[in-house]
Design a protein around this ligand. Structure first.
Ligand SMILES: C[S@@+](CC[C@H](N)C(=O)[O-])C[C@H]1O[C@@H](n2cnc3c(N)ncnc32)[C@H](O)[C@@H]1O
Length: 210
């Protein structure tokens, strides 16, 4: 868990939903910090293999008791329908509860970023041939993922966004031992392809009509 995620979370113990937990690394870190974590995924097998008691569940239809915090870490762009995922997120958060989103903004990558991504990926052995049209390949690879603007609009329609910043992301995708150096280069050379935000449930005032 990095410093941003730490700063985005309340002190333990909080009741936390990690929706789309994947291999369970974040859920395991949250449990280790003393949070009461429910981890869900369409396919919880990788998380379970890592020792996280993840449930097989689809956030778009998930029902449970209210949570203090819901974390969507690199999962929201995969969730369809996007609106249903965020409707359930809003319904599952207690009043005043916190939404933490760490996301990939694939559609913010331009031709220069896509070219850099495939060139560096090839150097790292991730891709085996030069890419003649990097941006076309990039777009084709991500066409079934929600664009960042749709995610941000759908969050803002349901929550008060407290903090939002655009961040580099490609270095995380490329990973490996050079990730820290790649992050420095990406920050200087390319526009952000990720965003991180915290938001809270809207507090709706009750009026008596007078
Ligand atoms: C890229 S992985 C992210 C995993 C992890 N949260 C992380 O930060 O590395 C996205 C995960 O979201 C899950 N997912 C996609 N749609 C989902 C849905 N509707 N409900 C629950 N999980 C979903 C996928 O199965 C996948 O494991």
């Amino acid at each position: 868990m990095d410093t941003w995620m730490l700063s985005a979370l309340p002190d333990a113990p909080a009741r936390v939903l990690d929706a789309g937990c994947g291999a369970g690394a974040l859920a395991a870190a949250l449990i280790a910090r003393g949070h009461d974590v429910t981890a869900i995924d369409l396919d919880p097998s990788a998380a379970r293999a890592a020792g996280v008691p993840a449930r097989e569940a689809d956030l778009t239809v998930y029902e449970d008791d209210p949570f203090d915090v819901i974390v969507l870490s690199l999962s929201l762009h995969h969730m369809h329908p996007l609106e249903a995922a965020l409707d359930r997120t809003a319904a599952l958060l207690r009043p005043g509860g916190r939404l933490v989103v760490d996301e990939f903004a694939w559609d913010w990558a331009d031709a220069a970023a896509a070219t850099w991504f495939y060139d560096v990926g090839r150097l790292l052995g991730r891709f085996d041939r030069p890419e003649p049209d990097p941006l076309a390949r990039w777009r084709a690879a991500h066409v079934d993922h929600s664009p960042a603007g749709d995610m941000l609009d759908a969050v803002a329609a349901r929550f008060e966004v407290v903090r939002m910043r655009r961040v580099p992301y490609l270095f995380r995708y490329l990973g490996g031992e050079h990730a820290a150096r790649l992050k420095e280069i990406e920050e200087v050379r390319h526009q952000p392809t990720g965003f991180r935000l915290t938001a809270v449930t809207r507090v709706t005032g009750v009026t008596n009509g007078t």
